[in-house]
Design a protein around this ligand. Structure first.
Ligand SMILES: Nc1ncnc2c1ncn2[C@@H]1O[C@H](COP(=O)(O)OP(=O)(O)OP(=O)(O)O)[C@@H](O)[C@H]1O
Ligand SMILES: [Mg+2]
Length: 601
């Protein structure tokens, strides 16, 4: 509300006493607004507010109304309605319908109770550029306003109607606008929906592609796995087929050497020695292939025992000294530093170290080859390194050196023995033992191979078992039946059994073996598993079904270490022997064990 100190220019005073006065006051309000140059909207606002409060003050008993201009900032038109009638209590004037309407239409509406009656002030702020009229202009204004209103009640009614129509029109156009907006919104929605469905179609399409890709990938890796398994199977089969004749050659050569009644001439001894050494090389190669195939197919199981590195190093030193003694290379085997005994497969560990050391000695012409060990990672691991000052391996070949049959071309390679199976096999063994084998090398300076092994390999601890060796003594057994399709191997066994067995019978296949056993029950039978007609498994089954043959002790002889799943199908009393490295002692000790068992049982 403008402060009291502001200039006040009264324009007009009117009274509301009758119904008709309400319309007149409304007209007057519009007249004042027109005279002050307010726009059509403000004219309607003022006229409507006055007719609303006019109805209320008439209901209270009438009032006098003063229109005035106030020189506040900004200037304002103030309309004061004063009633002397007693305002019915407790009526809250600010909640009166007409007053509420006026509040919505004007800038300020205040209500004040007087000792006699009440006063209502309606304020409409005038635009900032509004200039208060001069005294002369005020006089002129008063004259205009005091004269008869330019608007008759009839025309006021018409104006009101047309205002209503305009308002209705405006409402209609607002509604139309709303409808249009709604339609637009719907259109947009449809667009968004279409885009969404297109996107989800595309996504689905992509998904289908990915799924197909994965299926293809799965298929490819299955194929790869199959191919790899086929390779391992092929290696195993070929090696197995090769080992049989090689073992026979070795056995025969040994017999030639051992024959006391027909000693060989000097030249013959030399030739037999060559035969043996070549056959041994061949056997070593075939064994390597077979080992690799086994390691790949997961059939190689470490036999864990407590292993002292000092012992392992001593063995290595002993077996490699002859190799190292050849040239200007020192083989240095250092004492292990701070290493507890390992729990691992000693044979495999020795194999890895021998592979690495023979390589180092092969590819080093001068300087040294050093084997050392120290504990790592707070004693959980041991790092064994084989370091040489040899030709080294170029960076590009370092990964490939661990591939089967890969050899780096070079002058030393021609002189060196080998097939390129040592490193891949050594790495497989390292992994089987829960460790790793890595290489770092600088061509021309040397190479360092590092074998890292866990001190204790938990995964296979349970599998650990070591068998004490049995030493044979004076043995005598009755009839031994040797069943093998390989004639030369039958011959080898017959010779080894000489002196220990009363009689050695031979059968070339399972059918023949069973026929002979029906004629007379042998005391021990040596049985090959792979044979034409009826194989070893067939023979074992027939024996198990025949009460007379059930208790005959069986030695299963095979060219390779039998996989666990085959072993589990053999009778529990069966003993297994591998053909490679078979000695008379080994055969006799097995026979002694079985004959004793047979006698006891
Ligand atoms: N210490 C080394 N220094 C230099 N080259 C090496 C060394 N060790 C291995 N190599 C290279 O890696 C190749 C593969 O070694 P790996 O032991 O697998 O096969 P190999 O020794 O040739 O034959 P195998 O071990 O089957 O008798 C070797 O032929 C040689 O070229
Ligand atoms: Mg090698």
């Amino acid at each position: 509300m403008p402060p009291d100190t502001d200039e006040v220019l009264e324009l007009l005073t009117v009274e509301i006493e009758r119904e008709l006065d309400v319309i007149a006051v409304r007209q007057r309000g519009r007249d004042v607004a027109v005279a002050l140059g307010l726009d059509a909207q403000d004219q309607v606002r003022i006229a409507t507010a006055l007719s609303e409060v006019g109805r209320e003050v008439l209901a209270m008993g009438g009032a006098s109304i003063v229109f005035a201009l106030i020189g506040s900032v900004p200037p304002a038109l103030v309309i004061t309605l004063t009633t002397e009638a007693a305002v019915p209590q407790p009526r809250d004037a600010t909640q009166v319908e007409g007053v509420l309407a006026a509040r919505r239409l004007l800038d300020e509406v205040t209500f004040e109770s007087l000792s006699l009656g009440a006063r209502l002030r309606l304020v409409k702020w005038l635009p900032g550029h509004f200039r208060l009229p001069t005294a002369g202009q005020v006089k002129q204004l008063r004259r205009t306003l005091e004269g008869p209103s330019a608007v008759t009640p009839m025309s006021e009614l018409r104006t009101q109607n047309s205002e209503m129509m305009a308002a209705l029109d405006e409402l209609q156009s607002k509604q139309d606008e709303l409808l249009r907006l709604n339609a637009e919104l719907e259109e947009t929605n449809r667009g968004v929906l279409a885009m969404y469905s297109q996107l989800s179609d595309e996504l689905e399409e992509t998904n289908r592609g990915v799924v197909a890709l994965y299926a293809e990938l799965d298929e490819k890796s299955a194929q790869l796995k199959q191919a790899n398994e086929a390779k391992s199977r092929f290696l195993a089969n070929v090696s197995h087929e090769l080992r049989t004749p090689i073992n026979s050659i070795l056995g025969l050569a040994r017999l030639l050497d051992d024959a006391p009644d027909e000693p060989l001439s000097g030249e013959q001894v030399k030739q037999v020695t060559f035969i043996r050494s070549n056959a041994n090389d061949l056997l070593a190669l075939v064994n390597q292939l077979l080992d690799l195939a086994k390691a790949e197919s997961g059939r190689l199981e470490p036999v864990l025992t407590e292993v002292r590195l000092e012992d392992v190093f001593a063995q290595v030193r002993g077996s490699l000294r002859p190799l190292a003694a050849r040239g200007a290379v020192d083989l240095l085997v250092e004492d292990p530093v701070d290493v507890r005994p390992l729990y691992t497969d000693e044979g495999m560990l020795l194999h890895i170290l021998r592979n690495l050391l023979t390589n180092a000695l092969k590819f080093t012409e001068r300087g040294h080859v050093r084997l050392s060990a120290r504990s790592r990672e707070s004693g959980q691991y041991v790092g064994l390194t084989v370091e040489d000052t040899g030709i080294g391996i170029a960076e590009a070949d370092q990964v490939r050196a661990f591939e089967e049959f890969f050899q780096v071309a070079g002058p030393l390679q021609a002189k060196a023995h080998g097939t390129g199976l040592g490193l891949p096999y050594a790495r497989r063994l390292a992994e089987l033992l829960g460790g790793s084998l890595t290489l770092s090398s600088v061509p021309g300076e040397g190479s360092t191979f590092t074998l890292e092994l866990p001190i204790t390999w938990n995964a296979a601890m349970a599998a650990s078992q070591s068998q004490p060796a049995v030493v044979p003594t004076g043995i005598s057994v009755g009839t031994v039946l040797v069943v093998d399709d390989d004639e030369s191997f039958r011959h080898v066994l017959r010779s080894m059994l000489q002196g220990a067995a009363e009689r050695v019978l031979e059968a070339a296949d399972g059918v023949d073996a069973l026929r002979q056993m029906q004629e007379s029950v042998p005391d021990v039978i040596f049985l090959d598993l792979r044979m034409p007609a009826l194989d070893g498994h067939g023979v074992l089954k027939a024996m198990a079904d025949d009460p007379r043959l059930q208790r005959v002790p069986v030695v299963v002889v095979s060219s390779y270490d039998l996989p666990a799943d085959t072993c589990s199908t053999l009778p529990p009393t069966a003993v297994t022997l591998t053909k490679s490295g078979l000695t008379r002692e080994r055969v006799l000790s097995v026979v002694a064990g079985l004959a004793g068992e047979g006698a006891d049982g």
